[in-house]
Design a protein around this ligand. Structure first.
Ligand code: UDP
Length: 237
């Protein structure tokens, strides 16, 4: 077996990735399948942090579009990420990975508050840490929260698990001629507006020299393969 190239990584999973074939909410089989892949990476001895989005339940921009105050709607979006975090904690523990949820919005009876040094300690002890409630601030996304936590935790890479196996010239599900990039620079991502991560997240990664690796979260074993430098993915650095 190839020895792990990474010591500590942060995986961002969008809320929509947890819906399975549904249109809303959580599909337990999909959550379990992703948890199994994360467990396989943890068994390689790689420390794993997670940020999970909330788009399968509520997005602040949708609330604002329907006439809500944006900051209020974003509060609801952040709470949605906590629901997903608790679902993933359950699935990870069933898969044998001790897990802690730390929320940017304290809710003491459900999970720990975000305390950076405590999170580092958990990861050093082999516990997966799920960072919930995004950054804790409205007007941000969980992509930005993922880049922020990855930088704070000293992660070696930010993994973005998407519906396709990397960054393409255009949406490969709509355009059969779309080609996958093996590697891109942060500036390529920003200037070509490739819609894989928001600009704030890419800028934060760039400032902190944090490589972003985009891969297909629904391909069984893909997370492990990427950690070994195998399989299909796009690296942004
Ligand atoms: N959100 C927020 N601040 C953050 C992160 C998220 O206000 O730091 C809110 C925002 O309303 C967002 C929702 O939480 O729409 C869910 O996050 P996101 O849209 O990033 O989830 P994903 O698209 O990854 O499922």
């Amino acid at each position: 077996m190839t020895s792990p190239r990474y010591k500590r990584v942060l995986l961002k999973v969008s809320g929509e990735a947890l819906m399975g074939s549904g249109q809303y909410g959580l599909d337990s089989g999909t959550v379990s399948a992703i948890a199994e892949d994360i467990a396989a990476v943890a068994r390689l001895g790689i420390q794993v942090g997670l940020v999970i989005g909330g788009g399968n339940i509520f997005r602040g921009v949708s609330g604002a579009a329907a006439g809500m105050d944006r900051a209020q709607a974003d509060g609801m979006g952040m709470l949605a990420t906590v629901i997903n975090a608790l679902a993933m904690q359950n699935a990870l523990e069933k898969a044998g990975v001790p897990t802690r949820v730390q929320s940017a919005i304290p809710m003491a009876s459900l999970c720990e508050p975000f305390i950076r040094r405590r999170a580092v300690r958990h990861m050093e002890k082999g516990r997966a840490v799920i960072f919930a409630a995004g950054t804790g601030n409205p007007f941000f996304t969980t992509d930005t929260a993922a880049a922020l936590r990855a930088a704070e935790m000293g992660c070696d890479a930010l993994l973005k698990g998407t519906q396709v196996d990397g960054v393409y010239t255009s949406d490969p599900r709509k355009n059969p001629d779309a080609e996958r990039y093996d590697a891109l620079t942060y500036l390529d991502m920003l200037s070509r507006d490739l819609a894989v991560m928001d600009a704030a997240a890419i800028s934060l990664a760039r400032e902190n020299k944090l490589p972003i690796i985009v891969f297909n979260i629904h391909e069984p074993g893909a997370f492990t393969a990427v950690m070994k430098g195998e399989g299909k993915f796009t690296t942004v650095h």
